[in-house]
Design a protein around this ligand. Structure first.
Ligand code: DSN
Length: 423
């Protein structure tokens, strides 16, 4: 495939090679990124990209659905089985669209929604002021306690009682502690709200049983498919039986036209991979690595929001180091480590130049790195902080990181042996 690309469009081919080299030659700590298997990559780049399939299996608006119907049915079955859910919709183009579909299925424009503020770790679509979701719905935002970095359920409950939202959203993009979905569900029930859980970041951990599942406690669960779950870039929804029809209609024809069948096909493959012991071991190692990295960073004098992590990510509060998040992320980048700057709870600095850095371990865990490498990476964080403008030291570290990468090559050919009884 690539040789055809090379011949037809050498410029794009060359850029793809550059990106491949970047992904292979750097320590990728962006908590939402990963490396997919060869099987997932193949499915993503398959002939399913050529097919329109508006509608649902057995009820399409185009002919030629002999295979698409089977693929969608299998993908839904796998999703329901692995999450133990009544119903699955696997058509969402992304996590953002999945969240909007969830609102649209259960509540009306103008109704009140209550989600975690973006600057405290929530997602844009949880009702952030710049998002469409706050224009269509009346958005009330809760925060995490700035002192503990954790949810304060008394405050959340108080806010819910005051504003009586129609939908409470649990889930986050930058929260490093276990989320008590049962408690969120209880609060939602007590005020007559629906409960939407967004597990985009942690769905792989939920599948592996190392994070509480929101499924029994939520009306709808949304997720992306490419973070800890390690599939293609897409979205997925799970819900209780009674919301199945409304949710499906909200996705199609409510918000989308034809589903991206190549992505859905790759989601099916990723779900089969996730239903294996190899996946469970990988997910466990993500958390072991994150805890070790957090511990070592703290030993090196870094402040972590909430004092550690329960999941795959952590937030470094850089105020005590006197280094703005962006400056630090860029210096780390020059040293071969890719991260993203991030707000911290009650950040005195603006979101585009925040006081924190978010890091996560999914991608480096997929590469096979373990505790020893976490120690090495934590030590590098210290050296970079001490040499923020010393380009010679940063270049020296970059070479060390390149060497580390060479010992853990990008597993773009890794294959998860399928389970015997895969659906
Ligand atoms: N942009 C994603 C993340 O990095 O967490 C959230 O959707």
């Amino acid at each position: 495939m690539l040789s055809a690309l090379e011949k037809y469009d050498p410029q794009i081919y060359e850029l793809l090679n550059q990106e491949k080299a970047r992904q292979s030659g750097s320590i990728r700590l962006i908590a939402s990124e990963n490396y997919v298997s060869k099987a997932v990559l193949q499915a993503t780049g398959s002939c399913m990209t050529n097919k329109y399939a508006e509608g649902y299996p057995g009820k399409r608006y185009y002919e030629g659905q002999q295979v698409t119907d089977l693929i969608e049915t299998i993908t839904c079955q796998r999703a329901k089985k692995i999450f133990n859910a009544d119903h699955a919709n696997v058509q969402s183009y992304s996590g953002s669209v999945a969240n909007i579909a969830a609102y649209s299925a259960l509540i009306e424009p103008g109704d009140t929604i209550m989600g975690l503020s973006l600057t405290y770790g929530g997602h844009l679509t949880h009702g952030w002021k710049a998002s469409f979701t706050s224009k269509v719905y009346n958005s009330v935002q809760y925060e995490v306690d700035p002192d503990t970095g954790r949810f304060d359920f008394n405050k959340i409950e108080e806010l819910a009682k005051k504003h009586r939202p129609k939908m409470i959203v649990s889930g986050a993009t930058a929260y490093c502690r276990e989320i008590d979905f049962a408690k969120f569900g209880e609060i939602a029930k007590s005020v007559g709200a629906y409960h939407l859980s967004d597990i985009a970041h942690i769905s792989g951990l939920v599948i592996a049983g190392i994070h509480q599942s929101p499924v029994p406690h939520s009306d709808i669960v949304s997720t992306t498919t490419h973070k800890t779950l390690r599939g293609p870039r897409g979205g997925m929804l799970l819900c209780k039986k009674e919301h199945a029809k409304a949710l499906d209609v909200a996705v199609f024809p409510g918000l989308q036209g034809g589903p991206h069948m190549h992505t859905m096909t790759a989601i099916a493959v990723a779900l089969a991979e996730a239903d294996t012991d190899e996946f469970i071991n990988y997910a466990k190692q993500i958390v072991i690595n994150a805890k070790r990295l957090a511990e070592k960073l703290m030993e090196h004098g870094f402040d972590l929001v909430s004092g550690g992590t329960d999941n795959h990510l952590m937030l470094i509060d850089l105020r005590s180091k006197n280094i703005p998040g962006k400056i630090y992320a860029k210096a780390l980048g020059r040293a071969g480590i890719v991260t993203n700057y991030n707000t911290i709870p009650n950040d005195p600095a603006p979101p585009f130049n925040p006081s924190g850095l978010r890091i996560g371990t999914p991608a480096i865990t997929t590469r096979g790195m373990k505790e020893e490498q976490m120690d090495q990476i934590a030590a590098v964080f210290k050296r970079v902080a001490e040499n923020i403008q010393n380009e010679a030291v940063l270049e020296e570290i970059r070479k060390e990181m390149l060497l580390l990468c060479s010992h853990f090559p990008v597993p773009d050919h890794f294959i998860i042996p399928p389970k015997k009884n895969v659906i």
